[in-house]
Design a protein around this ligand. Structure first.
Ligand code: IPM
Ligand code: MN
Length: 357
């Protein structure tokens, strides 16, 4: 009997539906010549979920995700919902989903495609060959720390980490490094913050279990600078929630377009796979969004959630091939384009290559 994987699909807001449709096209194509079958169930989340149900993360969506083998997620948010109270905003739906499902480990790989080195705002020799992974802690730190408040004449949040929280994300980073270049750079602000000193001490302890991995520490301000000065010095960057949020946006620009980079959030009941870019409401519905980040996230899903390495490799190779052949969506059309294509065309071309592979 063939294997069956159940995917909870959350298209979300803005360009979410367009890019998810293309990712589904591609995974459907890869499933045809495989020994597994895929089934999808769609769930609401974000601004559209709020419009329909009054809640950016309806209970039904949580249930649906829990019952799935993986979650494929588009993007959420937009100016339409910016003025809502915090707990009704699309972003709070996403934060709640991460936390509810226990998705503490956020993989944000940054790989520069050779064909697109020119697309980066940094010099080609600086970015060519970059291959790093930001391992961001995703369910703790200042995003979730208590107490928190916005009062009349003051407001505060708390950056809090428990030992167990730091240990488990550190293990994740060291394990990932073992499959890569065996280097971990832990990023903190230990010269100022107690929580960072605690983070650093804990990471040093965990590192003893991974004698083959070289551990280094960097302050966040220096790391932000080093990332644009010489990104090739990094293999795995291990860091907390808010530092990882900032560094991963910065790192994404090394690759030339934020429309290229995937992510995986794992560690809990069921993993969530999403592009690192947002919902881009300004270009929604125009068919110009780059679906590659989402297609690449679907590949991570096949690899991480289902262990379907071969299928994931097929997708990764197809993405490299279309870029080599000069197909470009509008965001990267200034760099080596032989043919500028729409969101849908890009999805179809990748799907076709995958089905022939
Ligand atoms: C991200 C986003 C989210 C975050 C927002 C939308 C809550 O910026 O996934 O990086 O800050 O984590
Ligand atoms: Mn972010």
């Amino acid at each position: 009997m063939s294997k069956r994987y159940k995917i909870a699909v959350i298209k979300g807001d803005g360009i979410g539906p367009e890019i998810i449709d293309e990712a589904l096209k591609v995974v459907d194509a890869v499933a045809v010549n495989s020994d597994f079958e895929l089934s999808y169930e769609e769930y609401l989340m974000g601004g559209n979920a709020y419009d329909i149900t009054g809640d950016p993360l309806p209970e039904e969506t949580i249930e649906g995700c829990r019952n799935a083998d993986a979650i494929l997620f588009g993007a959420i948010g937009g100016p339409k919902w910016d003025d809502l109270p915090r707990d009704k905003r699309p972003e709070s739906g996403l934060l709640r989903l991460r936390s509810t499902l226990g998705l503490y480990a956020n993989y944000r790989p940054v790989k520069v495609y050779n064909e697109l080195v020119e697309a980066s705002t940094l010099k080609s020799e600086v970015v060519k060959g970059v291959d790093l992974l930001v391992m961001r802690e995703l369910t703790g730190g200042i995003y979730f720390g208590e107490p928190r408040a916005n009062e009349e004449d003051r407001a505060y949040n708390t950056m809090l980490y428990t030992k167990a929280e730091v240990e488990r994300i550190a293990h994740e980073a060291f394990k990932a490094a073992m499959k890569r270049k065996r280097r971990v750079c832990s990023v903190d602000k230990a010269n100022v913050l107690e929580v960072s000193q605690f983070w650093r001490d804990t990471v040093i302890e965990v590192a003893k279990e991974y004698p083959d991995v070289v551990l280094e520490h960097m302050y966040i301000d220096n790391a932000a600078m080093q990332l644009v000065r010489d990104p090739k010095q990094f293999d795995v960057i291990l860091t907390g929630n808010i530092f990882g949020d900032i560094l991963s946006d910065e790192a994404s620009m090394i690759s030339g377009s934020i429309g290229l980079l995937p992510s995986a959030s794992i560690g809990g009941e069921v993993g969530l796979y999403e592009p690192i870019h947002g919902s881009a409401p300004d270009i929604a519905g125009q068919g110009i969004a780059n679906p590659i980040a989402t297609i690449s996230s679907a590949s991570m899903m096949l690899r991480f959630a289902f262990g379907e390495e071969e299928a994931a490799d097929k997708i990764d190779r197809a993405i490299e091939m279309v870029l080599r052949d000069g197909y470009r969506t509008k965001d990267i059309s200034a760099y080596g384009a032989k043919e500028v294509c729409s969101t849908q065309e890009m999805g179809s071309i990748i799907a076709e290559i995958v089905s022939r592979a």
